[in-house]
Design a protein around this ligand. Structure first.
Ligand code: E4P
Length: 217
């Protein structure tokens, strides 16, 4: 399973990238707004920093304008993926862009039927928001599981990108159902590395080592 960072914060992206396990980045208008910087600056910097796919989201609401924005977004690099919210106009734009060979990530997906439509229209990625579904008392991962089964049943190549991840358990569940990608905030990335027994284990090893004045050299 690929690990994407769900952020537009370049410091977080650089840090996660330095760990050698970052496969890509997803952004959205809220994350871009949070940086307080100009969109074009941020998008260019992220696409240049990360080798893998970088999702940049459209904000237009009709198909012609979505397509125009998409053409602008792909100029940021060959790793730029156009993120389009699922809606009728979004589907129209998606079909046109997919026919042109432009890769799109269909976002704000909250149901399996939405994911099925996105795959039929040629989406490269589908992003079910599991955390936001959990937030309103639904089982977000169940939707992701349904999507996995449907895509496998019909051989759709659309990658299942589990989004809106709230905790490390979501990452494990995403891997268990065979998601292609999990996108998560930097905080979750850090939580995946840490374990209290690892911290105390390292502390004890170093204490014992120092107590005998040992040296590797
Ligand atoms: C996905 O690509 C979205 O940017 C993101 O995962 C939404 O997550 P949130 O529900 O934490 O805002």
């Amino acid at each position: 399973m690929k690990f994407f960072l769900d952020t537009a914060d370049i410091k977080e992206i650089r840090e996660a990238n330095s760990w050698g396990v970052l496969d890509g980045v997803t952004s959205n208008p809220s994350l871009i707004a949070k940086t307080g910087r100009k969109f074009r600056e941020v998008a260019a910097e992220i696409c240049a920093t990360v080798k893998g796919d970088v999702s940049l989201e459209t904000v237009a609401l009709d198909a012609d304008d979505i397509v125009k924005e998409a053409h602008e977004l792909v100029k940021f690099g060959s790793n730029a993926v156009v993120k389009i919210p699922i809606m009728k106009e979004g589907l129209k734009a998606l079909k046109r862009l997919a026919d042109e060979g432009i890769r799109c990530n269909v976002t704000t997906c909250f149901s399996a039927p939405q994911a099925l439509l996105a795959a039929k229209a040629g989406a490269a990625y589908i992003s079910p928001f599991v955390g936001r579904l959990d937030d309103i008392g639904h089982d977000g991962m169940e939707v992701a599981r349904q999507i996995r089964t449907i895509y496998d049943n019909y051989g759709f190549k659309t990658q299942l990108l589990v989004a809106s991840i709230r905790h490390p358990l979501h990452v494990i569940e995403a891997a268990m159902i065979g998601a292609d990608v999990a996108t998560m905030p930097f905080k979750i990335f850090e939580q995946l590395v840490k374990h209290p027994l690892t911290d105390s284990g390292i502390e004890k090893f170093l204490k014992d080592w120092k107590s005998q004045n040992l040296s590797i050299w």
